[in-house]
Design a protein around this ligand. Structure first.
Ligand code: DX5
Ligand code: ZN
Length: 223
């Protein structure tokens, strides 16, 4: 299974966003990860529709939108209109998770569900058939540049085992503190989409860093 790389734009230099997007367009990045924060579900506010609308005509890769907002069901259509190819909601924010996932799919976007570090896999057991991706948070959501929580490796392996048992092909995306120092272990645990923000954008040569992440060869061994 060849893994995908999704650089998080949160760590980009916003004074030269067009240059950063062009860099990603010319790189081996598969998706561009977009972190939306509302200052309610997470203690930070990132960026929103005007920024997405500005870059959607520039990007040549799918926009992978990660909603860290309360009541995300009110904004699904709007994010789709702003270019989202996939929309991921947090299980902790959705009273009617199944319905919200269906709503995402009805827009034509891929549907994802995200889990905070403390949230068990069992929370999403009954929607695994309904999602295109599961995002395992490996830091507490809200900020880039945090340290990877190594306990997440067990969660990834547990989820991969569930997907194999049920013959499901949803992506397992890992987000937070990911870089060349731990990417191989994350892939071996069973993930297949790596989100990385600061590791990529703080690198001397981001395009080369993405290439190195993409070139890792790691068979799933479920740790
Ligand atoms: C954190 C966000 C992440 C963040 C990752 O709440 O969901 O996508 O941008 O940043 P790094 O890779 O710097 O931990
Ligand atoms: Zn994210």
């Amino acid at each position: 299974m060849k893994h995908l790389i999704a650089p998080s734009l949160l760590a980009a230099d916003f004074c030269k966003l067009a240059v950063e997007v062009e860099m990603l367009n010319g790189s081996e990045a598969d998706w561009i990860h977009i972190d939306i924060m509302d200052g309610q579900f997470v203690p930070n506010i990132s960026y929103g529709f005007p920024v997405l609308d500005a870059i959607k005509g520039l990007v040549t890769k799918p926009l992978d939108v990660h909603l860290m907002i309360l009541e995300p069901q009110h904004y699904i259509k709007r994010f789709r209109a702003s270019g989202a190819a996939s929309i991921t909601v947090h299980v902790e924010t959705c009273v009617h998770l199944h319905s919200t996932l269906q709503q995402i799919k009805e827009t034509g976007a891929k549907a994802g569900v995200a889990l905070n570090p403390h949230t068990p896999i069992s929370e999403i057991e009954h929607v695994l058939d309904d999602v295109d991706l599961i995002l395992i948070m490996s830091v507490n959501p809200g900020f880039g540049g945090q340290k990877f929580i190594y306990r997440s490796l067990h969660k990834i392996a547990e989820l991969r085992t569930h997907l194999i048992t049920r013959n499901l092909s949803a992506h397992i995306q890992v987000d937070g503190g990911v870089g060349l120092h731990n990417a191989e272990r994350i892939l071996q645990a069973g993930a297949d989409v790596l989100v990385a923000g600061s590791a990529i954008f703080k690198a001397d040569a981001p395009t080369d860093y993405i290439h190195r992440l993409k070139s890792l060869g790691a068979d799933t061994i479920l740790i």
